[in-house]
Write a protein that binds this ligand. Structure first.
Ligand SMILES: Cc1ncc(COP(=O)(O)O)c(C=O)c1O
Length: 402
């Protein structure tokens, strides 16, 4: 065990992955080099215990809990979200995840044949699929603004999105932090631009709560969705949606149930019987984030991701998706052409975990093979060296470069 500050990311002297003392505060398997906080998060033991406490409490009398207690508790938790991320309690609702929030907004759009919804070529694939499905049901179209694969500055994003917006555009969906390329996009500027043309904007901030400082209303969008179950340490299933008051009358979840006629918050607060404990753990998750450093944690993680990216760049001759000033606590780097065999990225991932205990997402994007690193409190710079060594060995084993 070490007595270093949890915010210190200098090389660990511990022989387990990351920093032993911090690592053991998570439910992660000992020894794992976990460089994928971005996909599914990782649960601190304090939050796991709080979730268990709620589960037991609910099981004492489920009927009374769901009938009498839950509505007030959910609004209380929404108040906590508002304190953390801006706006009023009545503007925030919980949903399963960012995907379900996006689907709710898409379901409520009144699209006519020939109308368009716009996103970027760096958009999350699942959201793009949902956009295409909702658009095709109404004979509308999805327009994808083609961003350079390797971005250099915000201006390129503004230019590409501006040229994709037109008189038939009914909604713009932009990622606050992109998934495949792990870059922060200039969402406020994009919102200003779209609003000048009368186009509403949904910002997909799936990765943002807990990774970047966030005041959702100040971005100026019509909707903002994020996940607390990634970087804010909530149990999985803790999606958040902020809706501008002027849009709440038209905003309902994609799954309609008892709350449908009660308006925005009532409709989201009841979408059918489900596990509500992730939502009730929002406060404990925000407390865990604070206890690990809050804003200092976010800065520490950002710096560690920059440093980790340098390690991978040097070791794998990899190329980062964008400049340091556009990067959050993640980094995406390409390290060769995408192999013709589409199964290779997944084989590589499997080899990395099974033979080297390294968890890092690897995917094909825009003709290249990429890896994406995340930096979280339990990571140290050693982890990125171990990742680089493992990737080099695994790639050689599969007969690929380098
Ligand atoms: C930009 C973006 N949007 C949406 C999602 C979907 O998140 P979830 O699976 O929690 O709905 C992700 C997931 O990583 C994402 O990166």
């Amino acid at each position: 065990m070490t007595s270093r500050s949890p915010l210190d990311h200098s090389p660990s002297t511990s022989d387990s992955a990351g920093d032993g003392a911090i690592f053991s505060q998570f439910e992660l398997a000992p020894g794992l080099v976990h460089l994928n906080h971005g996909s599914f998060g990782a649960l601190p033991r304090t939050v796991a215990a709080e979730q268990e406490r709620w589960r037991r409490l609910i099981e004492r009398d489920p009927t009374s809990f769901f009938t009498f207690e839950l509505p007030g508790l959910l609004r209380q938790a929404a108040g906590h979200v508002a304190k953390q991320f801006g706006g009023r309690e009545a503007d925030w609702v919980f949903c399963e995840n960012a995907t379900s929030a996006v689907n709710g907004v898409l379901a409520g759009l009144s699209l006519k044949p020939g109308d368009e919804i716009v996103t970027t070529s760096h958009a999350y694939g699942a959201v793009l699929k949902a956009m295409r499905a909702w658009a095709s049901r109404r004979e509308a179209n999805v327009v994808v603004a083609d961003l350079p694969v390797y971005l250099q500055n915000d201006g390129q994003v503004i230019e590409a999105v501006s040229s994709a917006l037109g008189p038939r555009t009914r909604l713009l969906i932009v990622d606050h932090i992109t998934s495949a390329t792990a870059l922060v996009l200039p969402v406020s500027l994009l919102v200003d631009h779209a609003h000048k043309l009368g186009i509403p904007v949904l910002v997909d901030g799936a990765h943002v709560p807990g990774q970047l400082a966030l005041d959702a209303p100040s971005i100026g969008a019509d909707w903002y969705t994020g996940n607390a179950h990634k970087w804010l340490f909530a149990p999985r299933g803790c999606g958040l949606l902020w809706t501008h008051p002027s849009r709440q009358a038209e905003t309902l979840p994609a799954i309609l149930s008892h709350g449908t006629d009660g308006g925005y918050t009532a409709a989201f607060d009841w979408t059918g019987t489900r596990d509500v404990t992730p939502w009730l753990c929002f406060g404990a998750s925000a407390d865990a984030h604070d206890s690990f450093g809050g804003s200092e944690l976010m800065e520490r993680n950002r710096l560690l991701a920059l440093e980790g990216a340098e390690v991978l760049r040097d070791s794998l001759s990899a190329v980062a998706s964008g400049p340091p000033e556009m990067r959050p606590a993640m980094a995406a780097l390409s390290f060769g052409d995408a192999p013709a065999d589409v199964h290779i990225p997944m084989s590589l991932r499997r080899t990395l975990v099974q033979e080297y205990g390294v968890i890092v997402p690897i995917h094909a994007f825009a003709g290249k093979i990429w890896l994406r690193i995340s930096a979280q409190i339990y990571n140290q710079i050693d982890d990125y060296h171990r990742c680089a060594e493992a990737v080099r060995a695994a790639v050689r084993g599969l007969g690929l470069r380098p």
